[in-house]
Design a protein around this ligand. Structure first.
Ligand SMILES: [Cu+2]
Length: 238
């Protein structure tokens, strides 16, 4: 960004562009960066809405507290749907379109943001359509792995947002601290997924012949999609 500003200033001196238009050019570049940051923040937030909603739906569907289960499930489904709407709105909304039209289609941040949106939509599709036909006991076991996968997604989204915040260079020595902590959270999210996949519970369920159970297949899909989300978030947080 600094180099860009210097270039703009030099061009201004060479071609005698007025100071007003220089300010406009600089604020345009900054404005675009901020716009992408906001799109990314909304996407990370939508992921959080979905994990929160999915947690509620899973708890409700164990049907252990009927009076509150219906209300809990409705709340959960509403959150998942709102999260999905938010991703769709930000991904294909006016702001992303105008940046694409302004020639930013191949900008790494734009490409990454689109990839992120696609992976989050896949994640939502899986949690929205989880098969709940198995025995309650088995479902609860698998739900426990989902809770940890959702937790990894929350950690990753929070970490990515910290990196975004720190990279805006608004708080001096706190910037590096913020970015480092964000990257640490992304690594922690990855480690959680690896632990879940290699856990005894997953192995045990495979041994019990649950490997072909639709819910297990969906769980493996969910793990793979969660890895993809962290891949994209890490790539954009370097
Ligand atoms: Cu679950």
């Amino acid at each position: 960004m600094k180099r860009f500003m210097i270039l703009v200033l030099m061009l201004g001196m060479v071609f005698g562009v007025s100071s007003q238009s220089l300010a406009d050019m600089a604020s345009d570049a900054q404005g675009t960066a901020l716009k992408i940051h906001q799109v990314r923040t909304l996407m990370d937030h939508s992921l959080g809405m979905v994990t929160e909603g999915s947690g509620l739906v899973m708890v409700a569907r164990t049907k252990l507290a009927p009076p509150i289960d219906r209300f809990t499930e409705e709340k959960g489904m509403k959150l998942i749907r709102s999260g999905k709407e938010m991703v769709q709105k930000t991904l294909s909304g006016e702001e992303m379109m105008s940046m694409s039209e302004a020639g930013m289609k191949d900008d790494p941040m734009m490409v990454g943001t689109k990839d992120l949106g696609k992976s989050i939509l896949k994640y939502i599709d899986i949690v929205e359509n989880l098969d709940m036909s198995g025995s309650v006991q088995n479902r609860i076991k698998i739900h426990n792995t989902h809770v940890m996968i959702n937790h990894a997604m929350d950690t990753a989204a929070e970490g990515a947002n910290l990196v975004l915040l720190g990279s805006m260079k608004l708080a001096g020595s706190l910037d590096k601290y913020t970015i480092d902590n964000g990257r640490m959270m992304l690594r922690d999210a990855r480690a959680t997924l690896v632990d879940v996949a290699g856990s005894e519970t997953m192995m045990e369920m495979d041994k019990m012949g649950m490997g072909d159970d639709p819910m297990m297949t969906q769980t493996k899909d969910l793990l793979e999609t969660a890895h993809k989300i962290i891949d994209v978030l890490e790539k954009m947080s370097m």
